[in-house]
Design a protein around this ligand. Structure first.
Ligand SMILES: [Zn+2]
Length: 150
């Protein structure tokens, strides 16, 4: 009897957790959509597109690898409280994530502060890095969808 009840509680908690995850995921997706919408009003940000080489690279490597690169590059280049060469640390081209960073205003701490309201002078939290990486990935995916492989 006690066991059946435990199982019931277990199932209930798993269900709760799943619901919560779903809601967090929906909140994230809404934030990404709203942010991409905001960025679409910036003439400077909207002029960025991936090069053919970037697109081929992203398709060959696949989403999981590019996602890992996005996390690593954000962590290494803009993650610290005072990143090296801040404002000039993100090349204009050479990797799809670089271009996506300029397009999504995740290129330096000044742009991150202005567009995403994360203050300068402190390290990014893991959550913030995840969130910005998700934004970068959403931008890359959208560029790929708009430019199907020939
Ligand atoms: Zn910047």
């Amino acid at each position: 009897m006690a066991n059946a009840e435990d199982e019931e509680t277990d199932r209930f908690e798993r269900h709760e957790q799943a619901e919560q995850n779903k809601q967090t995921e929906q909140t994230e997706q809404r934030w990404i959509a709203a942010t991409l919408e905001r960025l679409s009003h910036s003439q400077f940000r909207t002029k960025f597109v991936l090069s053919d080489k970037d697109r081929a690279y992203a398709r060959t490597k696949g989403k999981a690898v590019i996602n890992r690169h996005a996390h690593e590059m954000l962590h290494d280049r803009v993650g610290a409280a005072e990143p090296k060469n801040d404002g000039k640390q993100t090349p204009w081209r050479g990797h799809p994530v670089f271009t996506a960073q300029h397009a999504t205003a995740t290129c330096c701490r000044g742009c991150i502060e202005k567009w995403h309201h994360i203050p300068r002078g402190r390290a990014l939290t893991e959550e913030e890095t995840d969130r910005l990486a998700n934004l970068v990935m959403a931008w890359i995916e959208r560029d790929l969808i708009h430019h199907p492989a020939r």
